[in-house]
Design a protein around this ligand. Structure first.
Ligand code: URA
Length: 209
C-alpha cells in the first residue's frame, strides 16, 4: 500500500504559511514555492542509495560515500508543477526533466493528455512527479498512468498541499506509489479548491487570473 509522508519540518511549515497567505504577491510566492521545493527535495532523497569510494583528503586516504548513480527524472504536471522544478534541480542538478500536460475533457470531465515529453531512458529512472496541489486526484492519477504506460517503474508523487479526497483517489488508483506532501488540508470545496489551501497555484505562480 502507498505510504503518505507529510514533511513537517519547521522551515517547510513556516514557508508554507507565507505561501498560503492571500497577501503574498507573485514574486514572493514563486520564491517561496522554489524554496519549499528545495527543502522537500532534501527530504525525499533521504533514502537514495550510496556507494563507498576512496577520497584523498589533505591528511590521508579515506573511505567515504557518494550517491550510487541513481538516475532521477523530475516531471512537473503543467502548468503549476513548473514552479517546483528549479528548487529541486538545485539539489539534484543532474536530474533530467520531463513534462506532462493534461486538460479536462468538457464532456467526460476526464483528464486527457495533450503533451508528454520524457527522458528516453524512462524505465531506468526514478521519477519524482510534481504538482503543487493534489485536489480531486484525477490529474495526478492520469499523469502516473502516462508515466507507467511509457515504461516508468519507479515513481514518487510530491506536492505542497493535498486534500484527503485526492489522497484517497490517488492511493487507491496507484497503491504502489508513495506520496510526499508538506500539508494535508481539511477538504475540497464545491469548486474543487483545497480548503484552506492556497487558491489557484498556477495563477499565483504566474500572476494570471
Ligand atoms: N488546483 C489549485 O491550484 N488549487 C486548488 O485548491 C485545487 C486545485
Amino acid at each position: 500500500m502507498a505510504k503518505v509522508h507529510v514533511f513537517d519540518h519547521p522551515l517547510i511549515q513556516h514557508k508554507l504559511t507565507h505561501i498560503r497567505d492571500v497577501n503574498t504577491g507573485t514574486k514572493e510566492f514563486r520564491e517561496l514555492v522554489d524554496e519549499v521545493a528545495t527543502l522537500m527535495a532534501y527530504e525525499i532523497t533521504r533514502d537514495l542509495p550510496l556507494t563507498e569510494v576512496e577520497v584523498e583528503t589533505p591528511v590521508q586516504t579515506a573511505k567515504s560515500n557518494v550517491l550510487a548513480g541513481k538516475k532521477i527524472g523530475i516531471v512537473p504536471i503543467l502548468r503549476a508543477g513548473i514552479g517546483m522544478v528549479d528548487g529541486i534541480l538545485k539539489l539534484i542538478p543532474a536530474a533530467k526533466v520531463g513534462h506532462i500536460g493534461l486538460f479536462r475533457d468538457p464532456d467526460t470531465l476526464q483528464p486527457v493528455e495533450y503533451f508528454v515529453k520524457l527522458p528516453s531512458d524512462v524505465s531506468e529512472r526514478e521519477f519524482i512527479l510534481i504538482d503543487p496541489m493534489l485536489a480531486t486526484g484525477g490529474t495526478a492519477v492520469e499523469a502516473v498512468n502516462s508515466l507507467k504506460k511509457r515504461g516508468a517503474k519507479n515513481i514518487r508523487f510530491m506536492c505542497l498541499i493535498a486534500a484527503p479526497e485526492g489522497v484517497k483517489v490517488f492511493t487507491e488508483a496507484h497503491p504502489d506509489i508513495d506520496v510526499y506532501i508538506a500539508a494535508l488540508d481539511e477538504k475540497l470545496n464545491e469548486k474543487g479548491y483545497i480548503v484552506p489551501g492556497l487558491g489557484d497555484a498556477g495563477d499565483r505562480l504566474f500572476g494570471t487570473k
